[in-house]
Design a protein around this ligand. Structure first.
Ligand code: ZN
Length: 402
C-alpha cells in the first residue's frame, strides 16, 4: 500500500497543472492512497456474526466524556523516540479536533459549515498506571519492534484496553500505511490488539511530524469510536460507498478537490471530513458525533467504561476526594443547579473560601466568603459541563448548562 505523504500530495497538484493527460492515472492513484491502513489491517479478521453490532439499545448520555490515554513509544533511540512536546502537540490537536476548536475549521466550505460537530470528548494523558503508580502517561520502550509497527506482535506492554486508550508510536509500519486503528467490535474479540498504531512522523504537529499531519490521530480515534471511512460500505460494484452516517454524502476515496461530486452529481462530497484520507481534513459531522456518542455509551469494546468516574479515579484523572459519589451532607447549598450564569450559595458553617473545581481537580475559582450567609457567585465565563463546588470539607456537584 502506498503511503500518501504531504510531498506526494504537492507533487500531485503540480502534475495536475502540467498535463490533463495525467489526470486519469493520478485520480486512480489518489483512490488507493491513504495514510490509514485500517481497512487493510482488518481485511483478514473474521468475527462471529452476532458481534456485528456496535450500538447499545438503550444508553445514558454523559454531559462530559474524558478518555484516559497512554502513549507507548517504541524506539531504538532514533528520531522515532519523539519528544514529550511532540506527544503533547498530538494531544492538543486531538482535543481541539474533538471540541470544534481547530483553527482550520474556517476553511470548511459552505455546504458543510452547518453540520460541523463539537463532539465534546476530552483526552487526557493518564497519571496512574495499571498498578496505581504515578506515570506521565508516556512509556518509552527500547525495542526493534519499532521497525515492525504493522505486526500485531508489536503492540507490547498494552495497558488494560477497557481502561486506557493505548497509542503505540513506531518508526515504521513497513510501508503498508502510516497508522491504523481497531474498531470496538473487533476489540471485543481481540482485546490484546485494541488501540492505535501510528508512525512517529504522522504524530502531532511538531518535531518529526508537521502541522498538516496533526489530524491523522483524530482520524484513527474516529475508527476507535466506530466511524468508517465515508466510502467504506461499497454500493453495488461502483467505487462509491456509504458509512452508516446520514449527513455524510455517498462518496469515494478522494483528494482535496473541494467541489468534488463524482458519486452523486451535484452533491458535493465532504472531502474535508476527518474520516477521509485527505490532508485537507478538518471536521466531523453531527451524524458522526451521534455515532461516536452512541459508541461511548455502548459496552461493545468497553468504550463505555473508559470515561466512568471510577475509571477516571483509577487512571489518576479524577481526584477521588472530588468523586461525585462522595458528595453530600454538605454544610452549604446553592441554586439553581443546573445553572447558567450565577448561583446563590447559602452557608451554614463559617468557612474561609468557596472553590469551583473541574473534574481534573484544577481550582478554577477561589472566592473568599464574607460574613453573610448567602453569596452570589458568577460562573458565566465557565463552559458548560460538570464541576464541583468545594466549601471546606464539603463538596457539591454543579452542572452548567445554557
Ligand atoms: Zn482510516
Amino acid at each position: 500500500m502506498h503511503i500518501f505523504d504531504l510531498k506526494s500530495c504537492k507533487i500531485m497538484k503540480i502534475k495536475l497543472l502540467l498535463s490533463i493527460f495525467l489526470l486519469f492515472s493520478i485520480s486512480l492513484e489518489a483512490q488507493i492512497q491513504s495514510f490509514c491502513g485500517h481497512a487493510d489491517k482488518l481485511k483478514g479478521v473474521t468475527l462471529p456474526i452476532h458481534v456485528k453490532k456496535t450500538h447499545s439499545d438503550g444508553y445514558s448520555k454523559s454531559d462530559q466524556y474524558v478518555i484516559p490515554v497512554v502513549f507507548h513509544i517504541l524506539h531504538l533511540n532514533g528520531p522515532e523516540n519523539i519528544s514529550d512536546e511532540q506527544i503533547m502537540s498530538a494531544m492538543d490537536a486531538l482535543n481541539e479536533d474533538f471540541n470544534k476548536l481547530n483553527e482550520d475549521l474556517v476553511d470548511v466550505i459552505d455546504e458543510f459549515t452547518a453540520i460541523i460537530a463539537n463532539v465534546g470528548v476530552t483526552f487526557k494523558l493518564v497519571r496512574l498506571d495499571p498498578e496505581g503508580q504515578p506515570t506521565t502517561g508516556i512509556n518509552r520502550i527500547y525495542t526493534n519492534l519499532t521497525n515492525h509497527g504493522w505486526e500485531d506482535s508489536s503492540k507490547i506492554n498494552q495497558w488494560p484496553p477497557h481502561k486506557y486508550l493505548n497509542i503505540w508510536v513506531s518508526k515504521s509500519l513497513e510501508g503498508y500505511a502510516a497508522a491504523y486503528s481497531w474498531y470496538p467490535e473487533y476489540a471485543d474479540y481481540y482485546p490484546e490488539l485494541d488501540g492505535i498504531m501510528q508512525q512517529h512522523d504522522y504524530t502531532g504537529s511538531i518535531g518529526t511530524s508537521n502541522e498538516y499531519l496533526k489530524h491523522v490521530l483524530t482520524h484513527e480515534v474516529g475508527h476507535y469510536f466506530n466511524l468508517y471511512h465515508p466510502w467504506d460500505l461499497q454500493i453495488g460494484d461502483g467505487p462509491c460507498g456509504d458509512d452508516e452516517v446520514d449527513d455524510t454524502p455517498i462518496t469515494q476515496s478522494s483528494e482535496c478537490i473541494l467541489d468534488l461530486a463524482t458519486c452523486t452529481p451535484s452533491i458535493v462530497e465532504n472531502v474535508q471530513n476527518f474520516m477521509t484520507g485527505t490532508y485537507c481534513f478538518r471536521m466531523f459531522t453531527e451524524g458522526q458525533k451521534n455515532r461516536m456518542i452512541e459508541t461511548l455509551n455502548s459496552p461493545v469494546g468497553n468504550r463505555n467504561n473508559l470515561w466512568q468516574e471510577q475509571n477516571l479515579i483509577d487512571t489518576g484523572l479524577l481526584d477521588a476526594d472530588l468523586s461525585i459519589s462522595k458528595i453530600g451532607n454538605s454544610s452549604f447549598s446553592f441554586a439553581p443547579n443546573p445553572a447558567t450564569n450565577t448561583i446563590q450559595v447559602k452557608f451554614s458553617l463559617a468557612q474561609t473560601s468557596l472553590q469551583l473545581v473541574n473534574l481534573f481537580g484544577q481550582i478554577l475559582l477561589d472566592q473568599k466568603t464574607d460574613n453573610s450567609s448567602t453569596q452570589l457567585i458568577d460562573v458565566s465565563h465557565f463552559p458548560n459541563g460538570t464541576y464541583v463546588l468545594r466549601y471546606g470539607n464539603s463538596f457539591e456537584k454543579l452542572v452548567l448548562n445554557r
